[in-house]
Design a protein. Structure first.
Length: 94
């Protein structure tokens, strides 16, 4: 997988896999059946579960919340989380 240019400033969370992959400079077509691609798909599922919990806790849409703490690592494909407790914060809209 080729890493293009990561987007430095990430505002809010997303439910779109393409948008999430773009944060790391990847495209869905970059994913294959190799170990790294499998790990990224697993991370996407973990990220989505964390976003859904955060949205439910704060009663906000994904764009209005931001994962924090250990879960912040899930925001960029390739990051990992080791914490089972969710940490999120309200993201102020512009």
């Amino acid at each position: 997988m080729e890493n293009i240019n990561p987007i430095p400033e990430i505002l809010g969370e997303t439910t779109d896999v393409e948008s999430w992959l773009i944060r790391a400079g990847l495209r869905f077509s970059d994913l294959g059946n190799d170990a790294a691609s499998i790990a990224i798909r697993k991370q996407w599922r973990e990220y989505q579960a964390a976003v859904q919990r955060c949205c439910a806790i704060l009663h906000q849409p994904p764009s209005g919340v931001q994962l924090s703490g250990d879960y912040a690592n899930l925001r960029i494909p390739g990051g990992t989380s080791t914490n089972s407790a969710i940490s999120c914060q309200l993201f102020p809209s512009p």
